[in-house]
Design a protein around this ligand. Structure first.
Ligand code: ADP
Ligand code: MG
Length: 260
């Protein structure tokens, strides 16, 4: 088993004028190279903070993150991480095409316009390739952000609720596409999602987190055959996982937070 992401003893404390937040407390997480892992949990349990730390966009208070055997910092500097967050943060003066190509330009790589066009088609925006972000809906902007995250064929893909603003049908379509891309490229992927079915459908393992302080509550292995397609959504073994995860998340509501 080659190393994917190795999170060791990571905690994160935010100190603000209003007080101290233990956003994450002692997180240990090991993934395999090419594994698809989802982070699931109540709002405020530190999912985004953990993802930002893995992306080297935030410094942990304690602990460290290694990616494919090296420091996260190096993976970021070498443009080996693709990120798409809930707020797509596109450059308003650039077209869809130029936004998707941006990571290649930043990495000083050749812009392969065919590859850019392919990804734009993949996310269903071929008719909007020359459009500016302000003319797109929220869901379309998120799809641009996903294409942008994929353009540099990253070794590690980090997605923070990238499908939050999409309607159910488009979401299912994007899930199926994401799974296809992932299985073709065997990209190590971490997805933050609120959707339990989405987590089950896509993941090898689902990390259930708990809040105050943010911590890992339980990790559930999703032992469903691949390749997976929409027909899986009708199978009892799929629903058994959805129920199990729902129980784990609802059970937390009655559990007092551990003292920090
Ligand atoms: P989630 O993504 O699971 O909803 P977050 O990682 O966004 O949770 O936040 C975890 C906790 O850390 C929350 O209590 C949040 O208010 C706090 N937090 C996150 N970012 C900051 C920040 N930059 N400054 C202060 N507190 C923060
Ligand atoms: Mg979040």
């Amino acid at each position: 088993m080659s190393d994917g992401i190795k999170v060791s003893g990571v905690s994160k404390t935010f100190r603000t004028r209003t007080g101290v937040t233990h956003a994450l407390q002692h997180i240990d997480l090991d993934t395999r190279q090419g594994e698809f892992v989802s982070l699931l949990g109540p709002s405020g349990c530190g999912k985004s903070t953990l993802l930002r730390i893995i992306a080297d966009l935030e410094t942990p208070t304690t602990g460290e993150v290694r990616i494919h055997g090296g420091p996260a910092h190096r993976a970021r500097l070498e443009h080996r991480i693709g990120v798409a967050f809930q707020d797509p943060s596109l450059l308003p003066w650039r077209s869809v095409t130029d936004n998707v190509a941006l990571p290649l330009e930043l990495a000083g790589a050749r812009v392969d316009s065919g590859a850019v066009a392919d990804l734009i088609q993949l996310v269903g925006l071929e008719d909007f390739a020359r459009a500016k972000p302000r003319t797109l809906s929220g869901g379309m902007r998120q799809r641009v952000a996903l294409a942008r995250a994929l353009i540099s064929s990253p070794e590690l893909l980090l997605l923070d609720e990238p499908f939050g603003a999409l309607d159910e049908m488009t979401r299912l379509e994007m899930n199926t596409e994401l799974m296809r891309i992932w299985s073709e490229r065997s990209t190590t992927t971490v997805l933050v999602t609120h959707s339990i079915p989405e987590a089950v459908f896509l993941s090898d393992r689902v990390v259930v987190m708990a809040a105050r302080p943010g911590r890992i509550h339980q990790i559930v292995e999703i032992d469903l055959d691949r390749p997976r397609d929409a027909s899986l959504l009708r199978k009892p073994e799929f629903h058994a996982y959805v129920d199990q995860l729902q129980d784990l998340i609802f059970a937390q509501r009655d559990t007092p937070a551990v003292a920090s």
